[in-house]
Design a protein around this ligand. Sequence first.
Ligand code: MG
Length: 269
Amino acid sequence: MKQHTLLAVLLAASAAALSNARAGEAPVGYTDTPMLPGGKWHVHDPDRPQPRLVKPGAKFSDLAPAPSDAIVLFDGTNLDKWNGPKGKPTWKIEDGFAEVTPKSGSINTKDEFGDFQLHLEFATPAEVKGDSQERGNSGVIIHGRYEVQVLDSYQNRTYADGTVGGLYGQFPPRANVARKPGEWQTYDIIFEAPQWEEGKLVKPAQVTVILNGVVLHHKQALLGYVVHHDLAKYGRPYSGKGPIQLQDHNNPMRFRNIWIRPLGEYDQQ
Ligand code: MG
């Protein structure tokens, strides 16, 4: 009897040790979340198929310079076009890039945009730390409401709808085209704002996402405003304009060469 008790204690102790070891790792998904439309997958479902691996082409240029009519949001020298939570951002500027100062807060463009073409480049930390969503996490949060995920997805399993290039919590990217940690990667994002008539959504937001030269979403209608661990939905109607937000997710991510070309009413004169 005593031996059995001792065995039970030992088993419990080793199970606790195992769960403690795992407690340090970020979860690779959730099943206690609502189902997405289609009824097949939960939000952040760990069993949703992983995006297939595609190796992006070799870089033909280190930078994609802004066209003449673009609004340059960050040229590598200052964040004057951006606001942090307390005014001037405190992200570090160095060698032509801005680096997230962890826990200093996300930054937003001072200007608001409706429909647009956005280009930016990012690098996840060369020194790999953390797992799943805790590794090289940031995001391009359009209008402060729709997140195009930024993550170190190089040999880093996480839920499919949280992979780099994913529309967070909604649509996984068509492929995982992550470059290695520390390497510069390029985003080109074309966005069409949602429209409401008399408080009723008549056109959802649509987004086309190209990461490292590979199309991951094309005119994808978004389910709503980004949310973690829940089903996205459109909240209160707004003007259809908003800032570009770069997320501080507590990782020292780097950004450079950010420019935007407003579309729609601006180019139809
Ligand atoms: Mg993120």
